[in-house]
Design a protein around this ligand. Structure first.
Ligand code: FMN
Length: 327
């Protein structure tokens, strides 16, 4: 009998596949479909503070009463936040798997305020979608500043809520293990490696900035595997959800071998539909049976940085010929 349960961020999951945050998880009926096809948890689309501000500004431009700015902002905010709380409640009503809410803020007090309301609405956990792109020429220590800001947010949110708090980060940091370690030390119950940000492209005919590939592709999994293996091998007890580039059942197995406790999928849900979850699960179960594993802990992390003979293989940036076997 194969047991594919896993523990992630203090949640007991029936299997390691989580539907990652996106527009798809912004609809309760879609979340129900993900549960039916096998998802073990759902991360709801993020509530973005910046989007609330932008909508407030649009309304402000349309009014003849600029003194109403504060009132308009508060109105838009209350409306958006209430819609989000309704999404949590409606998804909880139709799903029995854990529902993880997600927020992205930039003002310190917004993280706290939203977290409190989200816990009251009944979310089982909270994912903090942390995003700062450092571009300052005059402040080269931006990485350290980001780390301090993230640590501060995690600590304050953990002081506010009792549900598990998960940190989702991007891959553009000098030292990802140090970042993950700091987040864990400040209370993060799990880390998501990685978020995928808007990819800009240029249309040479219209000479406009346009959207590049919205969805990840299979080659994006290399960074996910490298950092999952290094971070899980270096930081004992850390819980990781591998995310970015997971398209096939083999990718799920690879992420678990690298040390992930769970995986989050998003692009695959857009391109293949909810049924992909069932396919990933049967591939995982068949592989486990074939390899004679009865449960995930028997093989989780066996190929991480701490458990392989030559851990430097995960760190090598050079020697392309030697490593790839190509001239
Ligand atoms: C269309 C789209 C919308 C997304 N919206 C969100 C979001 O609201 N919040 C968030 O944290 N991540 C969001 N993401 C990122 C995904 O949750 C995921 O981390 C990323 O796409 C990498 O996983 P993948 O390779 O399976 O797509 C979005 C991704 C896509 C493609």
């Amino acid at each position: 009998m194969t047991n594919i349960q896993t523990q992630y961020a203090g949640l007991k999951l029936r299997n390691p596949i989580i539907a990652g945050s996106s527009g798809l998880t912004g609809k309760p009926e879609k979340n129900r479909e993900f549960e039916k096809t096998g998802a073990a948890a759902i991360v709801l689309k993020s509530l973005f503070e910046e989007q609330i501000e932008m909508q407030g500004q649009v309304l402000l431009r349309e009014t003849d009463y600029p003194e109403a700015a504060d009132y308009l902002y508060q109105y838009v905010k209350a409306n958006q936040v209430n819609n989000y709380l309704d999404l949590i409640k409606a998804t909880k009503d139709c799903c029995s798997i854990p529902v993880i809410a997600s927020i992205n803020c930039y003002k310190a007090d917004a993280w706290i305020e939203f977290s409190r309301q989200i816990e009251i609405a009944g979310a089982d956990a909270l994912e903090l979608n942390l995003f700062r792109l450092e571009t300052s020429l005059t402040e080269p220590d931006g990485y350290e500043r980001s780390m301090n800001i993230y640590a501060d947010i995690i600590r304050k949110v953990k002081e506010t809520v009792h549900i598990p708090v998960i940190a989702k980060i991007g891959k553009y940091f000098n030292n990802i293990p140090a970042m993950a370690n700091t987040l864990k030390a400040n209370g993060a119950d799990a880390i998501v490696l990685f978020n995928r940000f808007y990819q800009p492209d240029i249309d040479i005919n219209s000479r406009q900035i346009v959207s590049g590939n919205v969805f990840s592709n299979h080659s994006d999994i290399s960074d996910t595997l490298r950092w999952t293996a290094i971070v899980s091998g270096m930081i004992p007890g850390i819980n990781i959800a591998a995310s970015t580039g997971i398209q096939e059942w083999e990718d799920v197995v690879k992420c678990l071998l690298a040390g992930a406790s769970a995986v989050q999928i998003c692009s695959a849900l857009y391109t293949h539909g909810a049924e992909i979850i069932t396919q990933l699960l049967s591939g995982l179960e068949e592989w486990m049976q074939h390899a004679n594993f009865q449960s995930i802990p028997q093989f989780k992390g066996t190929l991480n940085y701490a458990n392989i003979k030559d851990p430097a293989i995960y760190e090598r940036a050079q020697f392309m010929k030697y490593l790839s076997g190509r001239d």
